[in-house]
Design a protein around this ligand. Sequence first.
Ligand code: GCO
Length: 255
Amino acid sequence: MTSKLFDLTGRTALVTGSSRGLGRAIAEGLCDAGARVVLNGRNEKAVAIVAEEMRNAGYQVLKAVFDVTSESAVRNAFERLDDEGLEVDILVNNAGIQHRQPLVELSLADWQGVIDTNLTSAFLVGREAARRMIPRGRGKIINIGSLTSEVARATVIPYTAAKGGVKLLTKGMAAEWAKFGIQANAIGPGYMLTDMNEALVNDPQFDAWVKSRTPAGRWGEPQELVGTAVFLASSASDYVNGQIIYVDGGMLSVL
Ligand code: GCO
């Protein structure tokens, strides 16, 4: 039955960077599809607030507050989940930051911060999750890419380099882990209405550019990623691996 294919009942999902923006929307969407969701962020208070709000809305959520860029923090977080008997069936590597500055002015520290948060974190968290998924013979990994996984926009080059890496890391995960029953794929959001993009949304010129450059003629809503996330988290995608699916209103498909 089709609906069973997309049913996440009994599954546990870890969504990194889920105290706001795309991560929170995906977390709520996976809950709506039946999953129990482990919320993550670096800020204990922010994660607690979202967990409370989601529980009040009837969602089954847990919290895992840790820095996804720290190898030891990621390892300790998974050991805590092990101790609590929580098996991560679905991992969404969503955590990310943006830094807008011309490359020639960029500091190494700012470069490294974007690479660490947007790319290395997906390796660190993905590796810990896969170490547990492999013996179980199944798992779903969903990395969050970007339009900049394919094309660059001036002033966001560290983000572009990281998200380009996310696309090929996803293919690498598929190359090594598909034989263990793990499906690793990515979602490439277009220009979405998130707080990370607030400055762009509020810039009349940029807003007009997004609306003219996007065939759908508008920004995307974070909730519009949920269908693709549920598809990639569910049995409906058991033979899909190493793919990146763009949810971008058609922007990447036109000149
Ligand atoms: C920017 C934006 C983009 C989008 C998104 C596009 O400054 O251009 O932040 O990076 O948010 O990543 O896919």
